[in-house]
Structure formats: structure tokens, C-alpha cells
Design a protein around this ligand. Structure first.
Ligand code: GDP
Length: 356
């Protein structure tokens, strides 16, 4: 599964957030065959459509899609100098498909800030600088190998020139994700600033409703997405039953928890979408990439389904919801048979036909 790595300066609330993420883990109960590592937090993607499907089909249980977060480590200013960011850190962050950068916005004077004062702007700059420097080191280390390979024709001129162009972007102080450079030829380098970023501002409860303040923080990181939450509140919400949690959220003027928002933004940033299946046993959301075709979607359930794919019976959730039952949806002509070339839509309710 795709994962999102959590990074940030020390004392910004990464552990607090991550503990909330891991306490939220439903994996053990719902997905008994999944192996789960201690540094992985799995969060359900909130999806109200599943409740409605379970009503229509009389499903016994609901299985939402999930998003996985990996606790990577703190970065300190100057980490890329001397010893560098640390091999374990780099290995972990390279494996992540996207990065969630936690930025401190809470003001608690009892919690020391590593650089002396709470400033989201300078924290963002510190982290970005360290990640940029790490990428510069990676490319500079690879260049002699690329130059040699160029002579022996084991490396393409394109790879070499992309590396040089990327180096220029980084030396200008820019993240690679902010440039229009096609990085495919140097994908193997696992460059950190080429990954999609989410910014998680850990702010005081009282600031959650301050739209002007939130907009100014969002602007600091645009076009990347920002999520605003209070990590301490999130860790308290997790211990409440759903009704109490809803009350606490309402008292803060919030409609959904920060973790729910994080799951949603994370899912989207990873380029994922869901399709749905439902029956008497379960109503379930399955994770696919945006743009996936029907056979690939079938393959997420079982590889045999992809190999033996014949066709898919599909109705959009909205049409099924409006019709109220599969039978009525069919009668209304809303249920379609789709073949191998069909590109899946988010919220398609599907039954696959296949040979085994
Ligand atoms: P990490 O070093 O980034 O993992 O930060 P921690 O999660 O360990 O948090 C550092 C300190 O800040 C701890 O004492 C937390 O209790 C506190 N802290 C974390 N999040 C919040 C928050 O949202 N509000 C306040 N007031 N304190 C927080």
C-alpha cells in the first residue's frame, strides 16, 4: 500500500499526532491478514456512502478504505551538514510515496521550540532547506557514475541532463515538486523534494476557527495542500466514543476531525480513489489509482479477478442511492455493463464477472 511519511522539526507534535493515528488503528480488527509495523499508523478514509450501501444491501459490516502513515523522525537544522540526515532516516523517507510535514503553530511556552521561537515560516524554510541539501548531495554523488555510464553507453544522455537540470533547480533553492521538470529518467535516485507534500499545521484549538489566520498559513505552502489540526485535541478525540467526539468537535466549530481531514487530503495527494462493492456480508471501499481501468480495479480484490476479467456491472453510487435498490436501479436503466477499457470513476458500485 502507498504510505505517507511524517516529518518535521523536533517538538512540533509529530509523536502526539502519530499516537493519535496509531490509536485510531482499526486494522487489527478489520483486516486480520494485514501485517502492521510498529511505525505505521493506519487511518480509515471517512466515507458516508458505505453506511447507505450497508442499508441498501443489509450488509453486516462496513470496510472503508485506509491510508497509511509512517513515523519517520525529526529533522534538525543543519542535519544535512556533517553526518547528513542519517541513513535510516533517508531510507525511510525515500520509501514514502508522499510526505506530510508537521509544522508547529501552537504557542505553549512550556514546550521549547528548537530554534527559540514559534515561526511556521522559518520552520518551513529550515525543513525545506535540509531536504533540498539532501537531494543536492544525492545528485552530486550520482553524477560521477552517470558521467562514466554516459561514456560506456549504460546511461542515457537524458538521464545525465535531467540530473544536471534538477541540480540547478535545487541550487536555486526550489523544491523539485515545484518545478515542471520531468524527473522520470532519474526516478531511481528517490529524490525527497520530488515527492508530493502535505503540510500539517499543528495549531492551538482556538485558532482552528480563525479563517484569516488559516488562509495566511495555507498561502505559505500553496499549491500544496494544508491541513489544520490541534494534535493534542486529536489525541483526546480518539479516546472518546463517536457521539462525545462529535460534540467536542461541534464545540470547536469543526465538522470533522483533523485526522479525517488528513486521511482525505493524504488519499487525494497520493492520486487515489475508491470504488465500492456491497452485499449481505460487507459494504466495502477498494483503493485504486485515478485513471485505473476495470480489470486493474478487479485485481485489487484478487489477482485472479484481473486475469479472468470478463466485464463489470456498474452503477454510480448517486444513481443507486436515488433508486434505493439494485433492482430499481436496473429497472431505471442505471446499471451498465462495462468492458476492459472502462476507466473507473470514484464511487462506482461494482460487481465483477470473471473466469477462474
Ligand atoms: P515531536 O518531537 O515532534 O514528536 O513532538 P511531540 O509530539 O513529542 O510534542 C512535543 C511536546 O509538545 C509534548 O510535550 C506535547 O505534549 C506538546 N504538544 C504536541 N502537540 C501539541 C499541541 O497541539 N498543543 C500543545 N499545547 N502542546 C502540544
Amino acid at each position: 500500500a502507498l504510505t505517507i511519511g511524517i516529518v518535521g522539526l523536533p517538538n512540533v507534535g509529530k509523536s502526539t499526532l502519530f499516537n493519535a493515528l496509531t490509536k485510531n488503528t482499526v486494522l487489527a480488527a478489520n483486516y486480520p491478514f494485514a501485517t502492521i509495523e510498529p511505525n505505521v499508523g493506519v487511518v480509515e478514509l471517512p466515507d458516508t456512502r458505505l453506511g447507505r450501501l450497508s442499508e441498501i444491501f443489509g450488509s453486516e459490516r462496513i470496510l472503508p478504505a485506509t491510508v497509511s502513515f509512517v513515523d519517520i523522525a525529526g529533522i534538525v537544522k543543519g542535519a544535512s551538514e556533517g553526518e547528513g540526515l542519517g541513513n535510516q532516516f533517508l531510507a525511510n523517507i525515500r520509501e514514502a510515496d508522499a510526505i506530510a510535514q508537521v509544522v508547529r503553530g501552537f504557542s505553549d511556552p512550556d514546550v521549547v521550540h528548537v530554534d527559540g521561537e514559534v515561526s511556521p515560516e522559518s520552520d518551513l524554510e529550515t525543513i525545506n532547506t535540509e531536504l533540498i541539501l539532501a537531494d543536492i548531495q544525492t545528485i552530486e554523488k550520482a553524477l560521477p557514475r552517470y558521467e562514466k555510464g554516459l561514456k560506456h553507453k549504460t546511461v542515457t544522455p537524458e538521464t545525465h541532463s535531467t540530473a544536471l537540470e534538477a541540480l540547478k533547480v535545487l541550487n536555486d533553492g526550489q523544491l523539485l515538486s515545484a518545478s515542471s521538470l520531468d524527473l522520470e529518467p532519474i526516478r531511481e535516485l528517490g529524490l525527497l523534494t520530488a515527492k508530493p507534500f502535505i503540510y500539517v499545521f499543528n495549531i492551538d484549538e482556538g485558532v482552528l476557527g480563525d479563517d484569516a489566520k488559516l488562509a495566511s498559513l495555507a498561502e505559505l505552502v500553496a499549491p500544496a495542500k494544508a491541513v489544520f489540526l490541534d494534535a493534542q485535541t486529536e489525541s483526546e478525540l480518539i479516546d472518546l466514543d463517536p457521539e462525545e467526539a462529535q460534540e467536542l468537535l461541534a464545540s470547536l466549530g469543526q465538522e470533522e476531525s483533523g485526522l479525517d481531514q488528513l486521511a482525505r487530503v493524504g488519499f487525494d495527494t497520493l492520486g487515489l480513489q475508491t470504488y465500492l462493492t456491497a452485499g449481505p456480508k460487507e459494504a466495502r471501499a477498494w483503493t485504486i489509482k485515478k485513471g485505473d481501468k476495470a480489470p486493474q480495479a478487479a485485481g485489487v480484490i484478487h489477482t485472479d479477478f484481473e486475469r479472468g476479467f470478463i466485464k463489470a456491472e456498474i452503477v454510480s453510487f448517486e444513481d443507486l442511492d436515488a433508486a434505493g435498490s439494485m433492482q430499481d436501479a436496473k429497472a431505471a436503466g442505471k446499471v451498465r455493463m462495462e468492458g476492459k477499457e472502462y476507466v473507473m470513476h470514484d464511487g462506482d458500485v461494482v460487481e465483477f464477472r470473471f473466469n477462474v
